[in-house]
Write a protein that binds this ligand. Sequence first.
Ligand code: SAM
Ligand code: CA
Length: 248
Amino acid sequence: MATKQEEQQNNQAGRHQEVGHKSLLQSDALYQYILETSVYPREPEAMKELRELTAKHPWNIMTTSADEGQFLNMLLKLINAKNTMEIGVYTGYSLLATALALPDDGKILAMDINRENYELGLPVIQKAGVAHKIDFREGPALPVLDQMIEDGKYHGSFDFIFVDADKDNYLNYHKRLIELVKLGGLIGYDNTLWNGSVVAPPDAPLRKYVRYYRDFVLELNKALAVDPRIEICQLPVGDGITLCRRIS
Ligand code: SAM
Ligand code: CA
């Protein structure tokens, strides 16, 4: 018979399988309540369509959750964002949440090493009438950032930057993004609670990729916490998102 502790661990594992990197809330019922009461009924039709289309894709664990999409959409409107960037697009759920929030002449520089997945969601984005705001670049983001920094004219030009890609490069991104974001602008780093593994004991049974990236996430969180160029706010939305407001 399983001990109480084993039972708790099993429940925990089951819960993580179910909601994974989409919510760290302590109760599935509570998360479901939020989705069903406040998120799904207000979700734009195009976002619903893209979410449902993405759910059929084998890598759907990567998609941004609907509640986080709603949060991003509201945040972008609150800060009157116009010029934005996204690193890590996948099928485009957070991209669409962003595109719908921006004014008609708003811009999103969107980067991903995988064009195929972006193209899966693109027809939905086009149907929503917001594809003209997106400048998609296929390939690793780092060289594009280096090019922009070298160019000079992009310094301090972004209102909002959403980073949701290779976690082992987040600190490399941060070094560059801090120059590209406006003073008073925001960078959002996603998955900064990394499936809750940031507080897991060293012998915890973590999936291989969770274990691999955990140290990078821990290092990022430590670095952001002491970076005097930014104010930060770590939110337990989705898998954790850290908002960084550039102040110098
Ligand atoms: N924001 C997306 C959404 O809402 O569905 C999810 C992004 S998914 C978690 C991470 C993405 O980062 C993948 O599509 C992957 O191809 C991309 N990626 C990985 N390494 C990258 C890199 N070096 N540069 C740009 N994109 C990268
Ligand atoms: Ca994410």
